[in-house]
Design a protein around this ligand. Structure first.
Ligand code: SF4
Length: 353
């Protein structure tokens, strides 16, 4: 039988989410942390460690497809500085958590937001918007900044003691570090968020997948986050950086994908993504093989024709590649500047006129 709790908490692994849970647990209430996992955030592998060192109960919640859908459709409430759709993200997590209340017999929800801490998602008007859109206005307690917010039904009913909640606001961490000491936390998470959508380096890898790959899957985003990434219009190829990377690409490849490897000298493995809706012509394959051969150009004596083995769907063949400069093959890396420009074009095209 599922154990029952008084509250379900959004648990990111960040300090604020730990302190929010601790504040309510400290009042003798039972709290279950929900750790949301998507291709862009979440560390289900750390749950055991967190449970042990913080003495918390935590469950993973899979929202892979929900987050891919949000990004594919474009977030209703906009992006943050990079590709982080923080307002839509919070609404989605709270709505999802609300749908689990009955399953855990829980009465209310907890989140670790701090008024004024983040420019986009933690302003007073945005906190109100999030609660309203997620339809959790009477269910959501924000224990770290409750003193700055109107009391909730949980406080009015006496289930939660308002005088033992906090009034933290702003961007500093001093109050949180003091609280961490009060609750005896021995390991303090670093302030870095851990959300790949907020990092340019990851965002420039995800954007072309979102905009060019039909029906991208969690596997596609995992692939986007490893190895060197190259694009040629709608065609996508990953090139391993080292042996571990090559092995990982080989493990992640699906039968219909194209695997390229130089046959005359040692070189990296490259994976050309092929799935329904992505057509590779013979000329595309030849140009990709030429590009892959370019990674080992220095290993070849002058005049030696590069040989590249191409494997797919259980069959393989070896191509002789022309002495063409890899830069003429059309394959390039996707930059953050290009991502930023395309994101802005999307915003302009989708803004109400
Ligand atoms: S930083 Fe990432 S995980 Fe955090 S609220 Fe924004 S989108 Fe969600």
């Amino acid at each position: 039988m599922t154990q029952s709790y008084h509250a379900l908490a959004l648990y990111s692994g960040g300090l604020d989410s730990i302190l929010a849970m601790k504040t309510v647990l400290d009042q003798g209430l039972r709290v279950l942390g929900l750790h949301f996992c998507s291709p862009f955030f979440g560390h289900p592998d750390k749950i055991g460690h967190w449970q042990r060192i913080y003495n918390l109960e935590i469950r993973p919640v899979d929202v892979h497809q929900e987050f891919i859908d949000i990004l594919r459709q474009g977030p209703r409430f906009g992006y943050g500085k990079v590709l982080n759709p923080c307002v839509d993200c919070k609404i989605t997590m709270l709505s999802h958590a609300k749908s689990l209340l009955d399953q855990y017999g829980a009465r209310f929800l907890i989140s670790g937001e701090v008024l004024g801490q983040r420019p986009m998602s933690q302003r007073r008007d945005t906190l109100n918007l999030i609660s309203k859109q997620a339809d959790v206005r009477d269910l959501l307690l924000r224990p770290l900044c409750a003193g700055h917010l109107p009391s909730t039904p949980m406080e009015e009913e006496g289930l939660v003691d308002r005088s033992r909640l906090h009034s933290i606001s702003g961007r500093g961490r001093k109050d949180q570090l003091r609280l961490a000491e009060t609750y005896g936390l021995t390991e303090i998470p670093t302030p870095a968020g851990g959300c790949l959508l907020a990092e340019q380096e990851s965002a420039k890898r995800f954007w072309p997948v979102l905009t060019r790959i039909p029906e991208p899957s969690p596997r596609d985003f995992a692939l986007a986050n490893m190895s060197r990434q190259y694009w040629n219009d709608g065609l996508w190829m990953m090139v391993g950086r080292n042996k571990a990377n090559n092995d990982a690409l080989a493990r992640m490849a699906q039968a219909e994908d194209l695997l390229f490897k130089t046959a005359d000298v040692q070189g990296p493995l490259a994976l050309g993504r092929r799935k329904p809706g992505i057509i590779w012509t013979e000329e595309d394959i030849r140009r990709a093989a030429t590009f892959v051969a370019g990674f080992t150009a220095k290993k070849r004596p002058p005049g030696q024709t590069p040989l590249v083995r191409v494997a797919s769907s259980g069959q393989s063949r070896t191509l002789e590649c022309p002495a063409e400069s890899p830069s003429e093959t059309g394959w390039t890396e996707f930059t953050w500047d290009r991502t930023k420009q395309e994101k802005q074009d999307w915003i302009n095209a989708n803004s109400p006129s």
